[in-house]
Design a protein around this ligand. Structure first.
Ligand SMILES: [Fe+2]
Ligand SMILES: [Fe+2]
Length: 370
């Protein structure tokens, strides 16, 4: 008898009989049912995600994303996005768990109309130098590998001011979570476009340093007042931390993009990380509740997720379902590798559902099955 044996005392183990079958039918007529027929399924011993590990190669997807540019007008599509859909989560349009992600393309000079929604959004830029976004009247410019947020219910619109090249950025949203909670709202801006303030990147000017503005404004909203994190200082922060210590045995040198006022996650439902794997470094395996979408930001490597081996290089996106064993390795002996990721850990933590454990056997690594 193992720990997860459903024939154990304490688990539902009612047999079948004609009397019981008739009883179940009687209950069903009243929109009712016997809990013991589904108890073990709806209260599993441990998480049973429908999501599976998947890797999407940027080299495969980027040409398909570019194909949408002449095919669909941005105005007609609202947002011209190719979404990444987990085979186990198609009905929710989720990439993993209750997280959505997609690759959005904006042609030279394009500008999208403004809207707001209950779902929170974040962006990680793959290519193109002309991207901008306006969040509640603040214009922010973002370049390759920059990270930016659009907190829920903030007015936002974006575009590409470059005259010669498209922008492809990755959107991350908690749409499936919002829908699972039946809490979705969506509004188009009454003026269709916002009037931005005259100062560009004002949130960076105010909040991107190591000191905080004092005495002029008190920030009390539940998300970060800093809206963008450019790549260079973020990467530099990782390199500095790498000089200060070893980092995590499961993640290498890892940092969280933080709300500078609270030190907590950038938004209430989603958090984002940037991690560095030293040349040739291989981490140990662990698992935790919460789903993660990774984007390779630099270099190349291999991740083993639930026993499956995935090779990645810059631009590739892959997902780790909740409670799946995972470990990462940098396969370049000479260069560091970086992974950007976003997750639903703030939800898990605020609801008291975050749990984490190290792989107990095999010197801390999981067996590779495929
Ligand atoms: Fe949006
Ligand atoms: Fe992890």
């Amino acid at each position: 008898m193992n720990d997860y044996d459903d024939t154990r005392p304490g688990r539902a183990r009612v047999g079948d009989s004609p009397e019981l079958a008739a009883y179940y039918e009687e209950l069903a007529k009243h929109e009712a049912g016997a809990l013991w027929t589904v108890a073990n399924e709806i209260e599993p011993w441990y998480p049973q995600p429908r999501s599976v590990p998947v890797l999407w190669r940027y080299a495969d997807l980027a040409p398909l994303v570019r194909k949408a540019l002449p095919l669909v007008r941005a105005d007609d599509a609202g947002r011209r996005v190719v979404m990444l859909v987990n085979p186990g989560r198609r009905e929710l349009s989720a990439a993993v768990g209750l997280l959505y992600t997609g690759l959005q393309i904006m042609g030279p000079g394009e500008a999208m109309t403004a809207h707001r929604h209950q779902a929170a959004a974040l962006r990680f830029v793959h290519e193109g130098t002309g991207a901008w976004t306006i969040v509640d009247g603040q214009k922010l410019k973002v370049g390759p590998r920059d990270f930016a947020i659009t907190p829920n219910n903030t007015w936002h619109e974006h575009g590409n001011e470059a005259s010669d090249e498209p922008v492809i950025w990755q959107d991350g949203l908690d749409i499936p979570l919002v829908n699972a909670l039946d809490a979705g709202f969506y509004e188009v801006h009454p003026e269709l476009y916002q009037q931005p303030g005259t100062v560009v990147n004002s949130s960076l000017l105010s909040y991107a340093g190591t000191l905080l503005p004092y005495g002029v404004e008190t920030w009390s909203r539940p998300y970060s007042p800093l809206l963008g994190w450019p790549w260079e200082p973020s990467y530099e922060a990782l390199r500095r931390l790498a000089r200060a210590g070893e980092g995590s045995p499961y993640d290498g040198v890892i940092m969280e993009y933080a709300n500078p006022v609270t030190g907590g996650s950038v938004m209430p439902t989603m958090s984002a990380h940037l991690q560095l794997l030293r040349p040739g470094q291989a981490t140990l395996a662990h698992r935790h509740t919460g789903s993660v979408v990774y984007t390779a930001a630099k270099g190349r490597g291999v991740s083993v997720i639930a026993g499956q081996r995935f090779e990645w290089q810059q631009g590739d996106v892959f997902v780790v379902p909740s409670w799946a064993w995972h470990e990462h390795a940098n396969s370049d002996p000479g260069e560091d590798a970086c992974l950007f990721s976003f997750n639903d850990f703030p939800v898990m933590r605020s609801l008291g559902m975050y749990r984490e454990e190290a792989h107990p056997d095999n010197a801390g690594h999981q067996p590779v099955l495929s």
